[in-house]
Ligand binder design. Structure first.
Ligand SMILES: NC(=O)c1ccc[n+]([C@@H]2O[C@H](COP(=O)([O-])OP(=O)(O)OC[C@H]3O[C@@H](n4cnc5c(N)ncnc54)[C@H](OP(=O)(O)O)[C@@H]3O)[C@@H](O)[C@H]2O)c1
Length: 337
């Protein structure tokens, strides 16, 4: 057995291919699972010079949910949709940051329409309103969303570390109650080492992740401390609690599906159960700012502000965080303003 085959089911000749858009932390992590479960993997990556590191070194996964490897010749790479070979695709996973969506969605939809049969497109992104962008160009019942409370870190261009795992990945569709078409994908991710299940309450699952991210990501980036410290000091606690109150007010006005009755109950759970396991984590938004990359603030606090405008609910604290992160982005990327 080669080192690459260790722990993996062999691909069969009739194995389906899962198309993964974006070979970042989440894309690599999910690919490692699907390959272990016997599926073929093909990535669409951004254009770049020379062979992609995955084509040279294969894929390596380490971390708390076990190790996995994929040999270089078992990883398919295309640098655009038009360069894709003919593949028997069973699902498409969108694993880019949400800032890529406006450009990506029309190109993905055009490719999706060329496939011989409809396949689910699963948006594996944090934030609110991402699936809606893809559902403008695709039949909404084929656009699913994943709520991911697993932490992935791309340690090298071909390597991912799973650093934390809080709950099974939830995959469901905001536009249809049909979950059967998502079950094979969930079963494969699960078999590959990351617990994963279909969800009939994906709106509430995405909302739960939105809340967690709105409370911690922007403030963690602005203050520059790990998440746990934000819960230790009165001023940062007050800001997080105000963010939660605004999100619950917006959800109440919009009659959204929610896992907690009110902000007070959520905050009890947040401080007791959700914050402690990630106390040492630094905000990925801070890393984006430091690297001069766009952040996902528009699909986090920006989405709350937009919902507040729609339902006439004041969201001054989310609005302030949105503006402060935009200012930090302009400072980090002066050429992009
Ligand atoms: N990392 C986590 O622990 C985690 C957990 C839960 C949810 N999420 C969410 O999952 C999403 C992905 O996060 P991530 O951490 O995997 O981000 P990431 O490591 O930055 O990966 C995103 C990848 O997408 C690529 N990309 C961007 N635009 C593209 C395009 N048009 N075509 C093809 N590839 C493109 C990027 O390429 P370049 O390298 O060239 O920029 C990068 O490789 C985000 O919404 C994030 O919030 C992340």
């Amino acid at each position: 057995m080669s080192e690459y085959a260790e722990g993996a089911m062999p691909e069969t000749n009739d194995a389906k291919t899962t198309l993964i858009i974006g070979a970042g932390a989440v894309g690599l992590g999910l690919a490692s699972c699907l390959h272990r479960a016997g599926r073929r993997i093909h990535f669409v990556v951004r254009p770049g010079p020379g062979p992609h590191p995955l084509e040279v070194r294969g894929l390596r996964r380490t971390g708390i949910l076990g190790e996995a490897r994929i040999a270089p010749d078992a990883v398919g790479i295309s640098r655009s949709f038009s360069a894709l070979p003919r593949l028997d695709i069973d699902a498409i996973l969108v694993c880019t940051k949400s800032s890529a969506n406006p450009e990506l969605a029309p190109a993905l939809a055009s490719h999706w329409r060329s496939l011989p049969q409809p396949v689910p497109v699963v948006v594996c992104q944090n934030g609110w309103g991402n699936a809606e962008i893809f559902a403008r160009d695709l039949p909404p019942e084929h656009v699913a969303s994943a709520s991911i409370l697993t932490g992935f870190r791309r340690s090298e261009d071909h390597a991912v570390e799973i650093t934390v795992h809080a709950r099974a990945i939830q995959i469901g569709c905001l536009y249809s109650g049909e979950l059967q078409s998502l079950e094979p994908l969930c079963a494969a991710i699960d078999a590959g080492g990351i617990p994963c299940e279909t969800s009939a309450s994906i709106e509430a699952d995405l909302g739960a992740k939105l809340l967690y991210n709105c409370l911690l990501n922007p403030l963690g980036a602005l203050v520059g401390v790990p998440y746990g410290r934000l819960g230790e000091e009165a001023p940062t606690r007050a800001i997080m609690e105000a963010v939660a109150q605004e999100v619950f007010a917006v959800w109440g006005a919009g009659r959204f599906q929610v896992h907690w009755p009110d902000a007070e109950r959520y905050l009890e759970v947040f401080y007791a159960d959700l914050l402690p396991p990630t106390a040492d984590h630094e905000s990925s938004m801070l890393q984006d700012l430091q690297a001069g990359r766009p952040t996902e603030i528009d699909s986090l606090c920006g989405a709350v502000v937009a919902l507040g405008q729609k339902f006439q609910v004041a969201t001054p604290v989310n609005s302030a965080l949105l503006e402060l992160i935009h200012a930090a982005e302009r400072r980090a990327r002066p050429d992009k303003t």
